[in-house]
Design a binder for this molecule. Sequence first.
Ligand SMILES: NC(=O)c1ccc[n+]([C@@H]2O[C@H](COP(=O)([O-])OP(=O)(O)OC[C@H]3O[C@@H](n4cnc5c(N)ncnc54)[C@H](O)[C@@H]3O)[C@@H](O)[C@H]2O)c1
Length: 458
Amino acid sequence: MDTSVNVLCIGAGYVGGPTMAVIADRCRHARVTVVDVNEARIAAWNSDALPIFEPGLDDVVRRARGRNLFFSTDIEAGIRDADIIFVSVNALTKTFEEGAGRAADLQYWEKTARQILAHSTRGKIVVEKSTLPVRTAEAMERILNSGERGLRFEVVSNPEFLAEGTAIKDLERPDRVLVGSHETPAGANARRAVTDLYATWVPRDRIIESNLWSAELSKLTANAFLAQRISSINSISALCEVTEADVDEVAYAIGTDSRIGPRFLKASVGFGGSCFRKDILNLVYISESYGLDEVARYWESVVRMNDWQEARFVRRMLASMFNTVAGKRIALFGFAFKADTGDTRESPALAVTRQLLDEHAHVVITDPQALANARIDTARLEGAIEYEPDPYAAAKGAHAIAVLTEWEVYRTLDYARLLAAMERPAFVFDGRNILDHRRLFEMGFSVYAVGKRPLKHV
Ligand SMILES: NC(=O)c1ccc[n+]([C@@H]2O[C@H](COP(=O)([O-])OP(=O)(O)OC[C@H]3O[C@@H](n4cnc5c(N)ncnc54)[C@H](O)[C@@H]3O)[C@@H](O)[C@H]2O)c1
């Protein structure tokens, strides 16, 4: 087929895979190749069992793969042929020395820049897709434009705002696409090449253009604001529990104010996902490095509140179960960090599992999509732990069920059947506030929901 632009994406993860699949699906004029160092991941992208679960992804990949969408491990050839290179590799939090636990570990990022330079025979547009600390593009450009062959690379920032679980919808109908570049003629040309790609299906008024640093900082800021809303309502949930206010009623009442808005006001066991914590800690580190300690402390408190909420959830379980869970079977409903994904990175379920094992509980994990990842995440934990795909089997003989992921399926289980097979008194801890608490209470459960007065029989 006739293609006029060669697009490469380095990194075939939760962002690279779905994003490029949608670009290929919508831009017939583009030849899109996604490369990764992980051979198993690429093999899975080329198979019928894609490496990630995302509603709607299978259909998009099936339509475009082999037509103008390709998955490969040949990174060098990919770089050589590309006009536009998206870089969507993971930038984890540094675990050693200066900035450990907070700063971004940019070693993979730098390696990628050097690799692009080494295998390019002409100048290219390099697009930062990963979420990176503000001013990363500066270092990237310095490396890319340091070659002796005089090749010129233009770096553009195009952060990804998709949310896992709704990635395809978010990509097909984004709230906005953000493209930042230098405000030079070459920068403007590069920016246009990237916006033209999106304009194939995204209305022009939803494509925002900015300078490079604004684009980089906007993504960190968006994640910080989203996480801050969760920590804010979670802080209020603690106050609700001691005052008999109901956090869902409070959230509804404040959310009707158009200045506040109703979304992202759901109290819970805490936020997870690969991004919120990492990106806020990046923001904290950058602020500190510019001497802005008050800014750093402000954003750091969002993460601290989340850690506290996770720990508080388990403390409440303990307190209500007569101050001991030792030897008690506890069924965790959900391990994914949110519904409709198999992703468990930074999931609050992991913190809850750890604490329950520390208390010598017998933990049984069930999840419709995330059991394989749960096994990997908990492999090194010591204690009694089981993995059970069937929630009814997980709850059999349990003292408590803790709902940790808002999977739709957990709303509609037969709770009378679950109760019949459980030890008494039977507890439900709803860490996502998705169940019908009054009905469960009337059935015989003692029910503890986040930010609500407990409904208890004992
Ligand atoms: N997951 C999300 O919901 C989300 C949303 C928006 C932005 N982001 C950002 O996007 C970036 C990628 O996130 P992700 O969730 O897709 O990560 P991921 O871990 O799922 O995928 C990253 C991939 O990059 C590959 N990789 C690493 N170094 C490489 C190299 N040198 N060459 C080739 N491949 C390499 C890894 O093997 C991996 O498959 C991160 O910066 C993240 O913060 C993620």
